[in-house]
Design a protein around this ligand. Sequence first.
Ligand code: SF4
Length: 245
Amino acid sequence: MDNREVTEELIKALEVYEELGFTFLPLKRDRIFNLMQSRPVYAVAESREGTISEPDHIMSRDNARALQELREELGECTRCKLHKERKNIVYGEGSSDARLMFIGEGPGRDEDMQARPFVGEAGKLLTRLIEKMGMKRENVYIANIVKCRPPYNRDPEENEIAACKPFVERQIEIIKPKVIMSLGRVSAQSILGMKMPISRMRGNFFSFHDIALMPTFHPAYLLRNPKDKWLVWDDAQKVLEKLKD
Ligand code: SF4
C-alpha cells in the first residue's frame, strides 16, 4: 500500500466509526492498521456472498427448500402461549447459504407487524452494522430464538424458549453458517445453555455444534447505551477475521 492508499483506507475506516455514532476513536494504533488490512476480508465475504458458483447454487436451492419445509412444519404454531397475542410469526430471512447468521431473542412490535426480523430502530442499527462489515443484509441470515412477540417486549420464558428453540436450531443446521453472532443475553444464554452475563460472554468465541459463535450486545441495548457500540464493532472485527479463516 502506498501513502495515498493508506490515507484513503484510514478515511474509510473513520467513516465507518462516524456512521456507527462514535464521537471518539476507541482503537490503539495497531488496531487501526488491522482495521485497514481487513478490507480484503470484506472483499472475500462479498464475492462469496455475491457470486454464486454452481455447487453453491445447488446447495442454496436445497437449503432454501429445507427452510421452506421447516416453515411449513412450524405452521400456524400454537406450541407455546406466545401465539395468543402475536399478529405474525417472524420466521427469519436472508440467504439460505449464508456464512454469517445473526440470532436475536424475539420479535418486537415492528417485527410482529411486518413478519420480518429486525426491521425497527434496533433492526436499522443491525443493518448498518452488517453493511459496515462489508456485506449486504440479504446475504446473511437473521432469525430469533422465539418466533412470536413476547407481550410488552418482556423476555421470553423458559418454557417458551424450550418450545421454539428447536426451530432456530434446525435453521442453523440447514444453513450451516461459518459464524453465528448472537444478539443479547437471552440469545447467547439460550443457544449455549449457559447463565454467564452477556458482558462476560461477548468478545469471546464459543462453539455451537462446531460453529463459531460470537455473543454480542443486542442492538436495542446499543440504542440505550450508544457508548458501547465500539464493543460490538470490536466483536464484528473478530467475526470478520474468523470468516477469513
Ligand atoms: S414462539 Fe415459537 S413455539 Fe411459541 S407459538 Fe410462536 S412459533 Fe410456536
